[in-house]
Structures are given as C-alpha cells and as structure tokens.
Write a protein that binds this ligand. Structure first.
Ligand SMILES: [Zn+2]
Length: 280
C-alpha cells in the first residue's frame, strides 16, 4: 500500500512540475510545450538534470545554476501540493475511474488557484478544457443528481443512468455558473466596485466545478469558498488598513473549497443533513 502512495506521489511531483509551466505561461498566452523552461533572469535554458521536481530545487540551493538568481519557492511548493492532492485523492477513492476524474479536477483547480492568486487571471483555456472534460466524464462516472431527480419524481419522470449523471453535470454547471453570473450582475447594477473581482473567470471556474461535482457539492463549494474568503478578508482588513483596497482572489478561495468538496464534501453534506433532521 505504501508503495502505491510513493508512486502516486512521484507522479504528482512530475505533474506538479508541468502545472508550474501552465501557471507561468497560460495567463500570458504562451505555449506550454515550447520553448523549454528557462531562467526568467538570464534566459538560460534549464538542463534536464536541473529540472527534476523538488530535488533540483534543493540541490541548486534555490538558485539558478548560471546566474544565481533566486528561484521562487512557489515552484517546489506547487510540486509538493500536487503530490499531496493526488495522494489524498487515492486515499479517498482508491485506484479507479473516480481517481482519474478527481485527480484531473484537482490539478485543473491547482492551476486556477495559482493563476488567480499570482496574477488575478483565470485562463479560459483551462476552464473550457475543464468544462469539456467534466461533461465528457459524466457519461462514464456518475455525477450526483439527487435534487433534480427529486424534483422530476413529482412529475413521475425517472432518469436512466447516463442521462441522470449527464443532466447532473449540466445542472451543476448552470447552478454554479448561474449563481456567479447573477451575483456579478447584481453588484454591477448596484454600482459596487466588486464587479472586477467577480469577473467572468469566476463564472467559468464555477461552470467547471459544476460539471465535475453536480449541484449539491457545487453549492457547498460556493458556500465554503465565500465564507472562507470573507472570513480571511475581514480578519486581514481588521489587522491592516492597507489591505482594505486589496483585490482578493475569489477564484483561489473557490478553488480550494472545490478541492475539499470533491474529496470530503459528501461526508460533510451527509453530516449536515442528518444533523438538520433531513435524512438522505
Ligand atoms: Zn539564470
């Protein structure tokens, strides 16, 4: 068992290294294949033996081999984070189709969490690819569709297996994306300056989350992301007045919440429904 964790962790480091490339290049509209990675200061191409995840960073002492410019610790951090995320996904789902789906979901979210955090960007290439994959995968891997099935049952409409799952993905996308679109519009028409923070990127992010998670977990993502973001922003503003004008990366909070919802949200929902007396 431990050996599987190690293998998945190593794959996570390699994938994390690729996610670093995506995070650095996609918001600038650059290719993620060519040219090879190079030092941002001296422009020297990075040798393959200096491009080994985590290990090269330690061996090089966080410095470029050629010009000794410091290398940001964000690179090894994202590699380690990807490894941890994939290991947690394996811990929850085992090795199977659901692992592949949730691992892909987690990695897409890691890219968006950091493009939003570092540059306030949520690249459409990532979200459009994610929405397509979430929709496609819903044909093979069931998406929770209990709310819609519950409503349809009142009209004696029962959905078959792939239809139930696919419509669950579509409903999730409409609820997630629609909610954000509505909030953005309300702020805009209310004349608030929030419009720029609740950009279309967040709508795309939530469309993607919806296709992967379905309605209940998408609502949980919105709730946890908004709550977490608000608490952190309020606490930070209380500590420092300068942070009052800081543009908080809403997508980052939503991304973290979505990773949590995909891995452990089902348990939290069950607990809540039992706690509130609504059995499932
Ligand atoms: Zn250099």
């Amino acid at each position: 068992m431990i050996i599987v964790f190690i293998v998945i962790g190593l794959f996570g480091l390699v994938f994390g290294s690729f996610l670093n490339v995506c995070i650095a290049r996609l918001p600038r509209g650059e290719s993620i294949v060519l040219p090879r990675s190079h030092c941002p200061r001296c422009n020297h191409a990075i040798h393959w033996y200096d491009n080994i995840p985590l290990i090269s960073y330690l061996i090089l002492g966080a410095k470029c081999r050629d010009c000794h410019a410091p290398i940001s610790p964000i690179y090894p951090f994202i590699e380690a984070l990807t490894a941890v995320t994939l290991c947690l996904t394996f811990y929850v789902y085992g090795l199977g189709p659901e692992f592949v789906k949730l691992a892909l979901f987690g990695m897409l979210l890691i890219v968006l969490i950091f493009t939003d955090l570092l540059g306030r960007r949520i690249p459409h290439q990532v979200t459009i690819f994610g929405i397509s994959m979430g929709f496609l995968l819903s044909f093979f891997i069931p998406v929770d569709n209990q709310p819609l099935e519950w409503i349809l049952r009142h009209w004696h409409i029962y959905l078959d297996v792939p239809i139930a799952s696919v419509s669950g993905a579509v409903a999730g996308a409409l609820v997630g994306g629609g909610l954000f679109y509505a909030v953005g519009e309300i702020f805009y028409h209310a004349g608030g300056k929030q419009k720029e923070y609740l950009g279309f990127g967040d709508v795309m992010l939530m469309l993607m989350v919806g296709t992967f998670l379905g309605v209940p977990l998408t609502l949980l993502t919105v709730l946890l992301g908004s709550l977490g973001g608000s608490i952190i922003a309020l606490a930070a503003t209380a500590f420092s007045r300068r942070l009052r004008d800081y543009a908080w990366p809403y997508g980052t909070f939503l991304g973290i919440a979505a990773i949590y919802a995909g891995l452990d949200g089902e348990r939290l929902l069950d607990w809540y429904l039992r706690f509130s007396g609504m059995a499932r």
